[in-house]
Design a protein around this ligand. Structure first.
Ligand SMILES: NC(=O)c1ccc[n+]([C@@H]2O[C@H](COP(=O)([O-])OP(=O)(O)OC[C@H]3O[C@@H](n4cnc5c(N)ncnc54)[C@H](O)[C@@H]3O)[C@@H](O)[C@H]2O)c1
Ligand SMILES: N[C@@H](CC=O)C(=O)O
Length: 483
């Protein structure tokens, strides 16, 4: 298991020698220790990335693509090992850990292919004797800051487009899950990535601001790409203004999931189970508020409660676990606070509603998959993302009422709805204020899709052809004297 920083092609400890523990969320048991980096480590990473930039951008796109393809192949070769590591440090069930490796690899493969398509344009000149071109160039050194919930996929879908575009990278993984990122970097080195092109430093929660502040202040860092909470995203936007860095921010959500009377209720329940319980509800696109129209409300809730009650809670180490531990004590406390607040304000738990601690789910961070009926807009879970296995169901009567309610949030990442009425399908898809819409579909993420939000869920897109643009800028070249 790799447990050192990677700077300028070398595995190294933090210059000051500090380390912090990485724990298994199932039982808080120590898995490993990694470097607790400081400002000097962050600066060394930028020095290395800047020194490597000129050489890397000059590597032909086809060779960069070949290297990314080798990296993709190595992830798939080691899928079982990496999947188990993700599950161990993050807590998701083993099948989901393995699936995340394939998901991460799909972004690397996608951007390997996109690397060779960063085409420019020849623009018809408005006057004689000129040739006008738009070239697409790498922005330079990119700083990537990633969350714990998808420790392989989130870093892969930032690093792969950056490398494909010809940028070099400094990265800092989430403090809860650095081991998977280190394992991915190890495979990138095995794939043949030159020294300095990809640098990764670990830092504890306390030291993270010291590391990231160096990158924010350094004018050699030309772009910040971040996935995480909205308050941290706003901080990065404010602090990078002084050097006018390019920014991609994938921030929090508060996704609505609407089931109309005319929906296929079985399909809606299937879609909600897929969208909500992936990673125990700790996914930024998880439905946070479920709206059921009066005509199907009771049938929908009955089916949903039966499915949710049957979910098996337990550690990733058991092959039959479907809901793992939450990432840490703060996370499970927030979930419990939301549920208790909802119950105190009149909601009813028709499934779950409490922490779990038993022979199988023996640790301190388990929460029962929960369905709450009678949810109302005065509850905490209306305003804040719960980020856990809790489904509050709101009853509604009319389409205009539910659209207003769905949009009544500063966030706008994902939204879902189920209907069989074609006119309504497009009316509602147009009216929802979100970057992503699942229409009769709960599983929306894919490497070929543009993933990102509107409003306070951030800006920029990851995946798809648009995902490469975030790491490129356009240079206009005007050649004269041709007549
Ligand atoms: N939009 C998305 O794709 C997406 C994905 C995952 C999580 N999220 C959101 O993130 C939230 C929970 O995730 P989290 O706890 O990892 O978020 P977080 O913002 O606390 O942490 C994310 C990353 O930011 C770093 N960080 C924390 N404080 C920082 C600071 N002051 N300066 C610089 N970096 C700092 C962390 O170390 C981590 O690497 C939820 O709201 C969720 O919706 C969004
Ligand atoms: N990994 C998620 C996004 C953030 O949580 C996804 O790609 O769906």
């Amino acid at each position: 298991m790799q447990t050192q920083n990677h700077i300028a092609g070398r595995w190294c400890d933090a210059a000051a020698g500090d380390r912090f523990p990485v724990v298994d969320p199932a039982d808080d048991g120590r898995i490993a220790e990694v470097p607790d980096s400081r400002a000097e480590d962050a600066r060394a990473a930028v020095d290395a990335a800047q020194a490597a930039f000129a050489g890397w951008r000059a590597v032909p796109a086809k060779q960069r693509a070949a290297l990314l393809k080798r990296w993709n192949d190595l992830l798939l070769r080691d899928q079982d090992r990496l999947g188990a590591l993700i599950s161990r440090e993050q807590g998701k069930p083993l099948a989901e850990g393995r699936a995340e490796v394939a998901y991460a690899a799909s972004y690397i493969e996608w951007f390997a292919e996109e690397a060779t398509r960063a085409n420019g344009e020849v623009i018809p000149a408005p006057v004689a004797g000129r040739r006008m071109l738009a070239l697409r160039e790498p922005v330079g050194v990119v700083a990537a800051i990633t969350p714990w919930n998808f420790p392989a996929a989130m870093i892969a879908r930032k690093i792969a487009p950056a490398l494909a575009a010809g940028c070099t990278v400094v990265a800092k993984p989430a403090e809860d899950t650095p081991l998977t990122s280190l394992a991915l970097v190890e495979l990138a080195v095995e794939a043949g990535l030159p020294p300095g092109v990809l640098n990764l430093v670990c830092a504890s929660r306390e030291r993270t601001p010291e590391v990231v502040d160096v990158w924010l202040a350094d004018d050699r860092v030309r772009k910040i790409t971040f996935t995480g909470s909205t308050p941290v995203g706003k901080h990065l936007a404010r602090e990078s203004a002084a050097t006018l860095k390019k920014l991609s921010l994938e921030l929090g959500g508060n996704a609505p999931f609407i089931v109309f009377d005319d929906a296929d209720v079985d399909a809606a329940v299937d879609g909600l189970m897929a969208a909500k319980f992936r990673n125990g509800g700790q996914t930024c696109v998880c439905p946070n508020r479920v709206f059921a129209q009066a005509g199907i409300h009771d049938r929908f809730v009955e089916q949903l409660a039966a499915r949710v009650s049957a979910l098996r809670v337990g550690p990733a180490s058991r092959a039959d676990s479907q809901i793992g531990p939450m990432i840490n004590a703060r996370a499970v406390e927030k979930i419990e606070r939301h549920v208790q607040d909802a119950l105190a304000r009149g909601a009813t738990a028709v499934a779950g509603g409490r922490r779990v601690r038993d022979e199988i789910a023996a640790g301190p961070h388990y929460f029962a998959p929960t369905v709450l009926t009678g949810a109302t807009t005065d509850m905490l879970l209306w305003r804040e993302e719960t980020f856990g296995p809790v489904v509050p169901v709101f009853r509604f009567e009319r389409e205009d009422e539910v659209i207003a309610a769905a949009n009544d949030t500063p966030f706008g990442l994902a939204a879902y709805f189920y209907t069989r009425d074609l006119a309504r399908a497009w009316r509602v898809a147009d009216a929802l204020e979100s970057g992503i819409v699942g229409l009769n579909e709960g599983a929306i993420a894919a490497e070929a899709a543009p993933f990102g939000g509107v409003k306070e869920s951030g800006y920029g897109r990851e995946g798809s052809t648009h995902g490469l643009d975030d790491y490129l800028h356009i240079k206009y070249v005007c050649q004269g004297g041709l007549s």
